[in-house]
Design a protein around this ligand. Structure first.
Ligand code: GLU
Length: 370
């Protein structure tokens, strides 16, 4: 395991409904530090802004208006960040995103680049929905699904949803003492959703249903998903000892294969980039990213974040496919140039790579099955 996304629900942040509380946050931070010490990169998706800010905004009802919740999120988010930062020696960073951001190709790639660089610099990214600006259409709506999307953006191997319950049970454990925890779910179908009730906690947006939806999304993308009890540090110890204290949703295929399949079959290419001999060797033999200096010609109109084919000559066999960091217009101006010249020509340099290796799939000499 190289990279995990850990999602923490509001009930763990503000268990008494009276602002951020370190009771569960501290053991969760220790759990995250253990991962980091083992060389595993962590992205934290933390709920709790609304719950943390609730005490500061007069609302007079169990179900405040959207505007009141947005104001709560605004005041609560900075408290949430300040509280998390207290538990880590290294820096934490804040990313507030909406579904609209994740659907927009250019913004998606910006989020991806930012996460990549934060992790390379040993910073703990802490993600939440940008509740203040998110209207209904822009919202992911719940942080379980947001965490699954974040896990896909950052190519995580695993998604850990920390909850105030142990995992998925075959019956409601609150009303049925014989209810059994299900340790492993290989395939998510209607019967799995049928076991999930709604949420009972007025601080939380999701429930078991949104967790299973998140698991479904993640598993389809090759990301193993676990629901574990985040209020019980024994479950952290067990997880770190490679035991399964909760429910493990098994990924449908390996992350690498899922990603390759997605890039190869799901994303339609909007243009082609013809590269020189040096770039071909770098890509095929050294596993390098594509740089502007290796580009000879550009075909098609595309924008940053779209998918393009990489070829040796126009109209010949496609060598690779990838998500491009520059538009076709920009590439026309910077092709053949070295990275230092990019900023002189364009006035900015969003990325040294034109196509990052992680966003590329080779289509020649494939030995793997998809
Ligand atoms: N973004 C919301 C918050 O920070 C939480 C949404 C959720 O828990 O699903 O309060």
């Amino acid at each position: 395991m190289k990279r995990v996304v850990v999602k923490v629900g509001s009930a763990l942040i503000a268990p008494d409904g009276k602002g951020c509380n370190s009771r569960h946050m501290l053991p969760i931070a220790q759990f995250i530090r253990e991962f980091q010490q083992q060389g595993i990169e962590v992205v934290l998706v933390s709920s709790g802004a609304v719950a943390a800010g609730r005490i500061h905004i007069a609302h007079g009802s169990a179900n405040p208006s959207i505007a009141a919740k947005q104001a709560m999120a605004s005041v609560g988010q900075s408290q949430l960040m300040a509280q998390w930062q207290r538990f880590f020696d290294g820096p934490c960073s804040q990313l507030l995103i909406t579904h609209g951001d994740l659907k927009d190709r250019a913004r998606y790639i910006n989020i991806k680049n930012t996460l990549r660089l934060l992790l390379e610099n040993n910073i703990l990214p802490i993600v939440n929905e940008n509740d203040t600006v998110a209207t209904q259409e822009l919202k992911v709506g719940d942080n379980d699904n947001l965490a699954a999307l974040v896990a896909m953006v950052c190519d995580a191997d695993a998604l850990l949803i920390l909850s105030d319950v142990n995992g998925v049970y075959d019956a409601d454990p609150r009303s049925n003492k014989d209810a059994q925890l299900i340790n492993q779910i290989d395939h998510i179908d209607d019967s799995v959703f049928a076991m999930a009730g709604g949420t009972r906690n007025h601080l939380a947006t999701g429930g078991m249903r949104t967790k299973i939806e998140a698991a479904q999304k993640a598993c389809e993308h090759g990301i193993h998903t676990y629901i574990i009890n985040g209020s019980d540090s024994d479950s952290f110890k067990a997880f770190l000892a490679a035991q399964n204290p909760g429910t493990h949703f098994v990924a449908n295929r390996s992350l690498k294969k899922a990603k390759k399949h997605w890039l190869k079959h799901t994303l339609l290419s909007q243009g082609s980039i013809v590269i020189d001999k040096g770039a071909i060797t770098a890509l095929l033999e050294r596993g390098a990213s594509l740089l502007a200096s290796g580009i000879k010609e550009i075909y098609g109109d595309f924008v940053k974040g779209e998918t393009v084919n990489i070829t040796a000559h126009c109209g010949t066999r496609i060598l690779a496919k990838g998500i491009v960091q520059y538009s076709s217009n920009e590439l026309q101006r910077i092709m053949g140039k070295n990275s230092a010249q990019i900023v002189e020509i364009l006035g900015f340099c969003p990325s040294v790579e034109v196509i990052h290796r992680d966003d590329m799939v080779l289509l020649v000499e494939e030995v793997e099955e998809d």
